[in-house]
Every structure is written in structure tokens, then in C-alpha cells.
Design a protein. Structure first.
Ligand SMILES: O=C(O)c1cc(C(=O)O)c2c(n1)C(=O)C(=O)c1cc(C(=O)O)[nH]c1-2
Ligand SMILES: [Ca+2]
Length: 688
């Protein structure tokens, strides 16, 4: 890459602290997940603006050859775009031509796909001093030579004694790579760890739930902090690990030398089964601040004590300096799944304010210290309860942004509720989905269906502009359905977002007026980036619908026919057309239903626990719509599920998890679903 040489001639993607600091005012590059350490996803570039954005068009695109969700925010430096896909397949592009310079496939063993709740996604990558740094679903952290894509060092960040995965981006903070992990919905012990970006040497590890007290200090967690946390738990929580996985946002303040770790739900998800309905369960659904050098605890703020709903405080953690009540405050802001927008002092962790971004009923308000006043009625028993928002979140991982010009935050919001009840027959199973929910029958099932129908009536989705000082929405643009993408904001006051209409759009940051919108055949869900090359401003985004929101849409039968994922690059006057969308494949003649109803019902339950993460609720859509299996594929069902013959396509054998009669029940369920929807195309499938 002849001209891909940074200032100082140190080679491509030569990012160091000095160049990182320059990003604050210089919009040429996009070198960090959230662009700068403040993670505002704001670029000062103004060449593309309200007067010309209607001329924006595609200048090149690349076929990414996957129907899985592409959630990554790409990076750009020195004429090269870096991108990462499901299974952590990573590539570099010549940004002038769109030609791939290298592709690195870390060969993630496909059986790890089953431990990813919401597809084997990768939300991003990092760079440091000529290296591109990725993590992998199976827990490796790999530094690649930015020029060649060849590994320079590799470390393993966890053992495989529990079903850990990684989907979040690694971040480099002044030479330290900080990584989190996932698995809170299955049962693991969440932690964050830091490594030296140049050598891969481990620097620190911070556990986010306490371990088995009988085992004493585990050598890596701070004893006094873990002792404090252990007091907030009951029972034998450590058996499933406790959860609190930092599966998305981890942020940093260089001046305070502080890393902010956003943590997820507990394992199991039900507070009753996790901790006997006792205690706050630190550090579940919290932001934990640690010293960047040592990993030592500084402070924490727990957004959801007594977590019971798969609320998650892993969403974007954005820093800004705000004038609040006449005083400049250094804050961090987060809109986690739980429906509130939080503003905290990033030095002390002091709670400044929180306000609802969507209907909420699990909390009734906040006390003086910022502890939520819990609504006891939202803690469900075996009788179903409608809780707002839902496990999908009023705002999930879709990147939030903040403009220092408009002083507004921008984020996709979602109004909905979900019916929760405890499964009376729950048995913890390692390496499986462990919610402790469901198992409804009889009257409980009837009540659940009625309550969920009520919740469906209030379903709304928006792009929301939020004033974090006044704590109120300034404008909201209604969008169809859940799962709208992350945002990117420019110095010309444009907000870019991918929508569930399968468009990429620009909004006026001050009014929400839509200024430009282009159909792109798949909803871009991750964050877009913008950069300057040869005096021209470009915008790049992955259009690859998928992830947790897509599962819900599939279950509701509202997923649109779409193209395989693409990296799209736009500029003013770009005039490249996408090829026409292929006609939707109809459900072919399925084998007849021969199983009895009980077997099909059992198959439905096993399907929900084991298959729907990739193949969609109700067997609709997903990476392969199983209603569309051919007769020949049906005949090979066992060889695929137990024999692993489709391993190369990402479908590893489930022989260690499923017995023959279970596979037969799942197969019976899929055949029943195919017969129900036979002759329809995916978008017209009836919801159940
Ligand atoms: O508790 C966890 O460890 C965990 C992990 C992940 C993940 O890694 O993708 C998600 C969630 N939880 C989750 O609750 C959730 O809603 C979710 C959505 C998505 C996605 O990629 O769309 N991932 C995850
Ligand atoms: Ca979760």
C-alpha cells in the first residue's frame, strides 16, 4: 500500500496517543470504535451538509457474503478501511478503489456460534501502532500487522470451562487493549481484562461478579471489592457464574486514567433462581470505573439492582462536558436497555440525573442517592407480569452518539413491554440458555398471550434526539419496527442512521427533518463512519441486518426480503447502483407432519433454547429459513444436526447437547412450521 503511510513514515494505521488526541479537532480519520475516546461518534467534517446531502450516492461496495448481522463499526486510516464480520473475518480495503488488500480469517470453531445469544456477531475492531486488533468469538485477542493482515501476537482471554464468547469490539486506550465478553444469558462469570497492545502481555483482569467464597481469593480479583460484592448475593450464584458480562461498551477518560465498564444481566436471568430474590447482586447491570493502569476498582453505579429482566448496562458509554445547574460537569451518559437515560459524574460516579426515554414500570423513580425505587410488582413469580421496557431494551447496543454542537444525544429508541414469569420447573443447565423464564401452561399461558397482545399495541420505534441536561426528548422521528441502527453525527449537523425500512438516511440534527434516504436492501445496524480522502468526504457503513432485534422481527413475521450483507461507501455524486434484490424463495413442498402434538410442542421448546438464536423465532428467516429446507435437506437432517456435515457453513454438530429423540422433536417442529406456512414467502408468514 504505497501511499498508506501515516505522518512520520511509521507505516499504515500508525495510531499513537498523539494522533488519537488530534482526532478531537481533525476529522480526517476514524481510528477508534466511537471515533474519539469520548465515544461521541461525532466527526467535525462538514463537506457533506444539508445543502448537498441529496447528492449522496454509493461510490463502491463490497459483497460480504453473509446473511448474519454485520454489527461492526469499520475503521479508517491512511487510505485504508478495516472491517470485521461475523466469525471475526477481518479485512482491509484500498479506500480509493474498494479493492481488498487482505482478508484474515481466524477460523473460529463454529460450535461457538451456539453460545452466542444473538448470532456470532463482531461489533468492531481497534488499531494501535501499525496493528489491527480483533477479538474472536472463542476468546482470542489477535494483533494483525495492518499492512499484511498477518498475526503478530495472539492471546487467549478465557478458558472454555464456561460458555464464554466475545461479540463486543476490543478497544485500545493509550496502548492498553481492554476486552470484555458475553455469555450472561447462558451462565458465565463476567470480567474485563487489559493487555499491552504491543506485546499482548496481560496487564489486569477485573471480575464483575464474586466467585465461590469457599475458594477464597482467586488471585486476580481484588479481595475487598469481591467481598463487598459477595454481600449482595445469596445462595450458590457462582455455579452458573453470576453473569454481568461487559458484552458491548467499554469507555475511557485519558485525563482521569479511568476505564468505564458497562455490565450486563445476571446468570440465570431470574433474580429468584440466581440469588433467591435477595440482594442487589453487584456488579450486575452497572457501570464500574477502574484505574486504566492497574485495573483497581474506583467506583460503581448500579443501574438495576435486583436485576430480573435481562436489562443490560452495556450500551454506549459516551463522555461529554455539560453545563448543569450553572456548573461544568465531566459526565458519562448511557441509555441502557432499562428505559432511562443516565447522566453520571465520570470522576466520582455521582448520580446526576436519569429520565425515561420510553414507558417504564420496573422502577417508580429514584431516591436522593440515585438508587432506583423498585416496583415490587415487576418482580414476577410464576404468574405472568407485563414489564416495560422489554428484554429487547428501550435502547440496546445500537451505537448512540452526541454532538458537542447541538449538545444533544442521538439514539434509536423502542417502546414495548414483555411478559415475564418464572418457569416453575426450571433446572439450571450449563452451556444452555438459562433464563429461568417461561414454561407456561394453562391459565398462565392464556394470561401471557393476553398481556403480550396488550404490549403489542403500544409498540413504537423512533430515532430520538435527547437533551441530557434538560433530560427530555427534543425531537423524535417515528420509524417502523425495532432494530434501527446506530448513529453518526457530523459537524454540519447531520445525523446518519440505518433504518428497519432497509434504508440509510440523513436527518437534520436540530429538527429531525429527513434530508436524504436511500434503499440499501438490508438494514444497516452498526455505526457508520466518515473520513476525508484526497479532499473528498466519504461515509462507510455495513448493511447487514441481524442480531437480537432481527430474531424478534423474524418471530413476528415482519422481516423484509433482503440482500446478503455489504459494506457500502458513499460520496457526493456517487452513482453506483446495487444489483436488483433476488426474488424471495417460496417455502417448498415440505414432508408431511407425522409426529404427534406433544412431540411438536417439545420440539418447539427445544428449538427456542437451542436453534432460534440463528434460525429465528418460529423458525422464520435467520441465517437459513428452516421452513425452506428441501426434501433432500430434510433427509439429511440428522447428518447436519448431529453429524456436523454443514460445519463449513457455520452449523457445527450439536451431538454433545442434543439426543436423537430431541433432534427428532426439533425436526418434527420444523416440519410442522413448514406445513403451516407452505406456499407463503417469508414476509407474509403468519405470526403465532
Ligand atoms: O448477557 C449477555 O452476555 C448478552 C450478550 C449479547 C451479545 O454478546 O451479543 C447480547 C445480550 N446479552 C442481550 O441481552 C441482547 O439483547 C443482545 C442483542 C444483541 C445483538 O447483537 O443484537 N446481542 C445481545
Ligand atoms: Ca443478556
Amino acid at each position: 500500500v504505497a501511499d498508506a503511510v501515516a505522518e512520520g513514515g511509521k507505516g499504515p494505521a500508525w495510531l499513537d496517543s498523539a494522533r488519537m488526541a488530534k482526532q478531537e479537532t481533525d476529522g480526517t480519520d476514524w481510528v477508534h470504535d466511537g471515533r474519539t475516546y469520548s465515544a461521541q461518534r461525532y466527526s467535525p467534517l462538514t463537506q457533506i451538509n444539508a445543502s448537498n446531502v441529496n447528492q449522496l450516492g454509493i461510490t463502491w461496495y463490497d459483497e460480504l457474503d453473509t446473511y448474519r448481522g454485520v454489527e461492526a463499526t469499520p475503521l479508517y486510516a491512511d487510505g485504508v478501511i478495516y472491517n470485521t464480520l461475523p466469525w471475526n473475518i477481518t479485512m482491509a480495503y484500498d479506500a480509493r478503489t474498494g479493492k481488498r488488500l487482505w482478508t484474515y480469517d481466524p477460523q473460529v470453531p463454529r460450535e461457538f456460534g451456539r453460545y452466542a445469544c444473538c448470532e456470532p456477531d463482531a461489533r468492531g475492531l481497534a488499531m494501535w501502532k501499525g496493528k489491527i486488533i480483533i477479538n474472536t468469538l472463542d476468546g482470542r485477542l489477535i494483533a494483525l500487522d495492518a499492512a499484511t493482515g498477518k498475526p503478530v501476537w495472539t492471546v487467549q482471554t478465557f478458558e472454555h470451562d464456561m460458555p464464554y464468547t466475545i461479540t463486543g469490539a476490543p478497544r485500545v486506550f493509550d496502548g492498553k487493549v481492554v476486552v470484555g465478553n458475553s455469555g450472561g444469558d447462558l451462565g458465565v462469570r463476567g470480567f474485563a481484562a487489559a493487555y499491552d497492545a504491543e506485546t499482548g502481555k496481560k496487564l489486569w483482569k477485573f471480575y464483575l461478579t464474586p466467585g465461590d467464597p469457599a475458594k477464597g481469593p482467586d488471585g486476580e480479583a481484588s479481595d475487598s471489592v469481591m467481598a463487598m460484592a459477595a454481600k449482595t448475593w445469596a445462595g450458590e450464584w457462582w455455579k452458573l457464574g453470576g453473569g454481568a458480562n461487559p458484552w458491548d461498551s467499554i469507555s475511557y477518560d485519558p485525563k482521569l486514567n479511568t476505564v468505564y465498564i458497562g455490565t450486563g444481566n445476571g446468570s440465570p436471568l431470574s433474580w429468584h433462581y440466581r440469588s433467591q430474590s435477595k440482594g442487589d447482586n453487584l456488579f450486575v447491570c452497572s457501570i464500574v470505573a477502574v484505574d486504566a493502569t492497574t485495573g483497581k476498582y474506583k467506583w460503581h453505579y448500579q443501574m438495576v439492582p435486583e436485576e430480573d429482566w435481562d436489562f443490560t448496562c452495556t450500551s454506549s458509554i459516551v463522555s461529554a462536558d455539560l453545563k448543569i445547574k450553572g456548573r461544568m460537569r465531566q459526565v458519562i451518559m448511557q441509555a441502557p436497555k432499562n428505559g432511562f437515560y443516565y447522566v453520571l459524574d465520570r470522576k466520582t460516579g455521582e448520580f446526576i440525573s436519569a429520565e425515561k426515554i420510553a414507558p417504564v414500570n420496573w422502577a417508580l423513580g429514584f431516591d436522593k442517592k440515585g438508587r432506583p425505587i423498585m416496583n415490587p410488582a415487576a418482580h414476577y413469580g410464576t404468574d405472568p407480569v407485563l414489564v416495560m421496557p422489554s428484554a429487547g431494551g428501550a435502547h440496546n447496543w445500537f451505537p448512540m452518539g452526541y454532538s458537542p454542537r447541538t449538545k444533544l444525544a442521538y439514539l434509536p429508541t423502542y417502546e414495548w413491554g414483555m411478559v415475564y414469569a418464572r418457569d416453575p420447573n426450571y433446572q439450571a443447565k450449563p452451556f444452555r440458555s438459562n433464563s429461568g423464564w417461561g414454561g407456561y401452561t394453562g391459565d398462565a399461558l392464556k394470561k401471557r398471550i393476553a398481556l403480550q397482545a396488550e404490549a403489542a399495541k403500544m409498540e413504537k420505534a423512533f430515532l430520538t434526539a435527547w437533551d441530557p441536561v434538560a433530560q427530555k426528548a427534543v425531537w423524535k422521528v417515528p420509524l417502523p419496527r425495532h432494530g434501527n441502527g446506530g448513529v453518526m453525527i457530523t459537524g454540519s449537523d447531520l445525523v446518519f442512521e440505518g433504518t428497519t425500512k432497509q434504508t440509510f438516511a440523513a436527518f437534520d440534527a436540530r429538527t429531525g427533518k429527513i434530508l436524504w434516504e436511500m434503499p440499501v436492501q438490508s438494514a444497516p445496524v452498526g455505526g457508520a463512519i466518515t473520513y476525508m480522502l484526497d479532499g473528498v468526504q466519504y461515509i462507510a457503513v455495513n448493511a447487514g441486518w441481524g442480531g437480537g432485534a432481527a430474531q424478534v422481527e423474524r418471530g413476528a413475521g415482519t422481516e423484509l426480503p433482503r440482500a446478503s450483507a455489504r459494506l457500502l461507501v458513499f460520496k457526493l455524486g456517487g452513482n453506483v447502483q446495487l444489483p436488483p434484490l433476488k426474488a424471495d424463495e417460496k417455502i417448498p413442498d415440505p414432508p408431511p407432519v407425522t409426529a404427534n402434538e406433544a412431540t411438536i410442542a417439545r420440539g418447539a421448546q427445544l428449538y427456542a433454547q437451542t436453534c432460534q438464536g440463528c434460525h429465528g423465532q418460529q423458525a422464520i428467516g435467520g441465517v437459513r429459513d428452516l421452513r425452506k429446507l428441501t426434501r433432500a435437506e430434510h433427509a439429511k437432517f440428522n447428518d447436519i444436526v448431529l453429524g456436523g456435515i454443514s460445519k463449513d457453513k457455520g452449523m457445527a454438530s450439536f451431538a454433545d447437547l442434543l439426543k436423537q429423540d430431541e433432534v427428532d422433536a426439533i425436526h418434527a417442529y420444523i416440519i410442522a412450521r413448514a406445513n403451516e406456512d407452505w406456499g407463503r414467502s417469508s414476509e407474509s408468514a403468519a405470526p403465532h
